[in-house]
Ligand binder design. Sequence first.
Ligand code: DCP
Length: 627
Amino acid sequence: MPIPRPDLQGDRVIAHVDMDCFYVQVEQRKQPKLRGLPTAVVQYNDWKGGALIAVSYEARKFGVKRSMRGAEAEMVCPNIQLVQVPVARGKADLNAYRSAGSEVVSILSTKGRCERASIDEVYLDLTDAAESMLLETPPEALEDIDEEALKSHVLGLSGDEDREKNVQRWFIRSDAIHQDKLLACGAIIVAHLRGEVLKETEFTCSAGIAHNKMLAKLASGMHKPAQQTIVPSSAVKDLLASLPVKKMKQLGGKLGSSLQNDLGVNTVGDLLKFSEEKLQERYGFNTGTWLWNIARGISGDEVKGRVLPKSHGCGKTFPGPRALKTAAAVESWLNQLCEELSERIQLDMDQNKRVAHTLTLHARAFKSSDVEPHKKFPSKSCPLRYGINKIQEDAKKLFDTGLREFLGSHSNAWRVTSLAISAGKILDTPRTSSISRFFQGKSLSSAISDASNDDIQDDAPSSSIGCKENIVPESDNDEEVFAHGKYVKEDDAPSKDRKIDVLCTQSRKQKDKGNGSILKFFSGTNTSTKHASNAPSSWSESHKGQDQRDHQEECLVDGHSRLGKISNQQRDDSWNFNAEDIDPSVIDELPQEIQREVRGWICSSKRAKTTKRGSSIFHYFSTDDNA
Ligand code: DCP
């Protein structure tokens, strides 16, 4: 359900950057001989040459469309070059496209807050950069305005003749309102960024520049490829007056159809005829206000600083005769999907120090009888445990639970036409030294307890069996489902069941005798944070001087432990761990002189789960002078 957000205070400059025929460009960079030729990327299967998923602009001129099969494209454009998506584990392997997208993001994110919205699109909040430019080097003070910026399309600016001159005049108008001046600066910045992207990656992209995300997104697709469009606020009314409702994000489905059929609203501008109360009466409070807002181009959605995906997913469709009909066939495919998912979340953890907490399974299935023909296979979730085998085991349990529910009391034959799994609730882990990673080891394993049946939950009905935001492969023949990872959409609120809090758990009180070398080590290190003397080199490296110590403590505080600032009373809340949960490999990362003791400590903890409190680790992390 759309959530209405009033426009944010103050003038903003938001850009939406969308790569042009992205997969084609990635393939053309791999094979430069394809540049300039009509080209399409195809997900191969043996039916009519597979489905087209990306089409170059040269091929589009011949009428080649994404909805076509390879064979149909060859009919309308005999010279078309069809390139197959790479395949791994019997399905499309999108890694090359994902990392090409990341290359672009790393360039675009240099000028402002950046939100990666899908594999090939990004929102940028350029307000600060534009404000600085307006102060320091406003367009009228520039000797030459970037040629690419002068090629911008400025909505509402009349006359196709001498467009560049008109645009130049628009850029340097002294009587322009502050917001337009900012947009002009934003457009110059975006033109520069697009140039950088081209230089560094060889990819072209298009962009929309406006004062909110909604308008920027609408504008980026208006002039493609390799162009940019500016939406001054004076042009918003006309833009929306002619915009078909179905083209607006969130109005492509039932809500848009209801507006058309029930209220006779065909363009977004038509909504202006209705009062907010009327729209609320018809569609509920939030949706009503949201509709009232969008009719006026109002949208306060913020650009979220996020360049990494919010979830990882992979899936596969099994259309027609390829439908899976046995538990063994499902298990074999699930195993492959789980392998891929496991690799990707592991990579995410290694590269970005992020941990996924939820495993979700989606499937599309049919029963052979007509009983409950509309019943859908329920999506199921459970806590995610790292490790291929565990993920495979849990995915299988999720499938079995979903299938039982889907079949109900009727023991029917069934067939599955799509399977997808995803890893969600991805949270940052503290970025710090090996000792922190030690605790993360705990966090990981505690977060990923056995997926007993009690842990399995219904997942909210999801549209996530689809490729990317705004792209839902409707064709049954689209092999790849949920392939791109969702970069947006979920609620940003930190998860309630965040289990990374290792050190400050309020509930269990464990006691520790700790008075051997570990105690000495930590008390030594505690002192060494002030004097940097006794600590082993790898440890003291990161503790040179007070600043670094402060930083270390801050990391721990931000990284959930908060021990750096705890009070005496809070100090009673001892840290806890379950020895079984600790990944033994993390012990290897501890300084050598305490490894043996920690191992012994864990062993004894396994024997007697209760140890005495007063842990030297606890004291080490406490910065209280009296500690
Ligand atoms: N994609 C996919 N399946 C779909 C739609 C798209 O696998 N059903 C992939 C291929 C595209 C990429 O996602 O290259 C980006 O999709 P876009 O909708 O942004 O389309 P393009 O970038 O291909 O073209 P355009 O220049 O029109 O944005």
